[in-house]
Design a protein around this ligand. Structure first.
Ligand SMILES: O=C(O)CCC(=O)C(=O)O
Ligand SMILES: [Fe+2]
Length: 351
C-alpha cells in the first residue's frame, strides 16, 4: 500500500508534486499535517440552507435598478453572482479544460516551471503559505500575473497560455464596468486612469485545484479569509464547495455553482477605500470526497507600490476615516506571512 512520503514538504513543494501528487497516492486518510483542529473545521450546524447571495443579471448593467442591486449586494453581502456578463461560454470552457491539462502535467514539468518562472509573473504553489502554516490546506494553485504581453508570452505555461489570455481580455471589460458602478455609488464621478490604475493595475488570474480528498470533513480546502483584492471575480466549476460568512458573523452560506455565472466579491482594498461601506466578507472552501474541483479567481489588485486609504469622496461628508494609508505591497506581504485567519488582515490598516 502507498504511504505518506517521509519528507512531506519536500515531496509537495520542492518536488512540485503538490497535493495533487499526494491525492494520486490514494492514501486511505489524509496525513496529520492536513488535519485541522476541531474548532477550525466547518460546523455543519452553522450552515443556513435558506440563505443565498444575490444573483444579478448584468445584461443591462448601466440601468439604475441593476446598479442599485449591485450596490445593495456589495454593502449587505460583499458577495454576489452575475449572469449575462458577456464572457463567451466557449472561452470559459476552453479555460477550464486547459486548467485541468495544466495540473495533469507530470511533477517534473511543474518543477521545471517553478524553477524557471519569475515569481512576479508566474507562481506555482501548494496550500497557502506552507512555511507559515502549522496545518496545510488541501489545494494547489498557479498564479498568473496579467503582465505585459511580452512577459506573458515568455512565462505563462504554453499548455494554458492562450486560453488564460483570452479569458482575461474578456474579463477586463467586465471588471471595468463593475468598478465603475461600485465607485459611482461612492460619489466618484469618473473612473479616470489614475483611479483605474489604483484599483485594477495589477491583476492575477489564479487556478485553484482541490483534488478529491479521503477526509473532506477534517481538512480545509481554503480556511476562512477575506481577499486582499479590490474585487475578486471567481469562476467556479459545477462541483461546489464555497461558503461565505452570513451577516450574523457566525453562520455560513453556501454559494451554489450557477451555470454561466461568475461570483464577485469585495476585497479588503475596496473595504478600505470605501471606508467600510463595502464589506469584504470571509469565505472558505470545503474539499470534496469523490471529485476534484477547480476554481479560477481573478484578484483585481492595486500595483504593489500603490498607497491605499479611504477615498476623499467618501470622507467629504465628514466621515471619520476608519483606515490609515498603507502601501499595498506591505499589506500583501502581511497577508502571506501568516495562515488564513478570517478578517484579521484588515486590522493592519485600521486606525
Ligand atoms: O475556490 C473558491 O471557490 C474560492 C477560493 C478563494 O477564496 C481564493 O482563492 O481566495
Ligand atoms: Fe478568497
Amino acid at each position: 500500500m502507498n504511504s505518506t512520503p517521509t519528507n512531506l514538504i519536500d515531496f509537495l513543494v520542492n518536488q512540485a508534486n503538490g497535493v495533487k501528487g499526494l491525492a494520486d497516492l490514494n492514501l486511505p486518510s489524509v496525513p496529520p499535517q492536513y488535519t485541522q483542529p476541531l474548532q477550525a473545521r466547518l460546523d455543519p450546524t452553522k450552515i443556513v440552507p435558506q440563505e443565498s447571495i444575490p444573483i444579478i443579471d448584468f445584461s443591462n448593467w448601466d440601468d439604475p435598478d441593476v446598479q442599485d442591486s449591485i450596490f445593495d449586494a456589495a454593502t449587505k453581502w460583499g458577495f454576489f453572482q452575475v449572469v449575462n456578463h458577456e464572457i463567451p461560454f466557449k472561452v470559459v470552457d476552453d479555460l477550464k479544460a486547459a486548467v485541468h491539462s495544466f495540473f495533469e502535467l507530470p511533477a517534473e514539468e511543474k518543477k521545471c516551471l517553478k524553477e524557471n518562472s519569475p515569481p512576479e509573473v508566474v507562481r506555482l504553489a501548494t496550500s497557502f503559505s506552507p512555511h507559515a502554516e502549522s496545518v496545510l490546506e488541501w489545494k494547489d494553485y498557479l498564479q498568473l500575473v496579467y503582465a505585459s504581453e511580452e512577459k506573458i508570452r515568455a512565462y505563462w505555461p504554453a499548455i494554458c497560455r492562450d486560453q488564460a489570455l483570452e479569458y482575461m481580455k474578456h474579463a477586463e471589460a467586465l471588471i471595468r464596468k463593475l468598478l465603475k458602478v461600485l465607485l459611482k455609488k461612492l460619489n466618484v464621478k469618473e473612473l479616470d486612469k489614475e483611479r483605474e490604475q489604483t484599483l485594477m493595475g495589477a491583476m492575477i488570474l489564479a487556478f485553484n485545484y482541490y483534488p478529491a480528498c479521503p477526509d473532506p470533513e477534517v481538512v480545509a480546502g481554503v480556511g476562512p479569509h477575506s481577499d486582499i483584492s479590490s474585487i475578486t471575480v471567481l469562476l467556479q466549476d459545477d462541483i461546489g464547495g464555497l461558503y461565505v460568512r452570513g451577516s450574523d458573523g457566525d453562520s455560513w452560506i453556501y454559494v451554489p455553482p450557477v451555470e454561466g455565472a461568475l461570483v464577485i466579491n469585495i476585497g479588503d482594498v475596496l473595504q478600505i477605500m470605501s471606508n467600510g461601506r463595502y464589506k469584504s466578507i470571509e469565505h472558505r472552501v470545503v474539499a470534496n470526497r469523490s471529485k476534484t474541483r477547480i476554481s479560477l479567481p481573478i484578484f483585481v489588485n492595486p500595483p504593489p507600490d500603490t498607497v491605499i486609504g479611504p477615498l476623499s469622496e467618501v470622507l467629504e461628508n465628514g466621515d471619520e476615516p476608519k483606515y490609515k494609508q498603507v502601501l499595498y505591497s506591505d499589506y500583501f506581504k502581511y497577508f502571506f506571512s501568516k495562515p488564513h485567519d478570517g478578517k484579521k488582515t484588515i486590522e493592519f490598516a485600521m486606525i
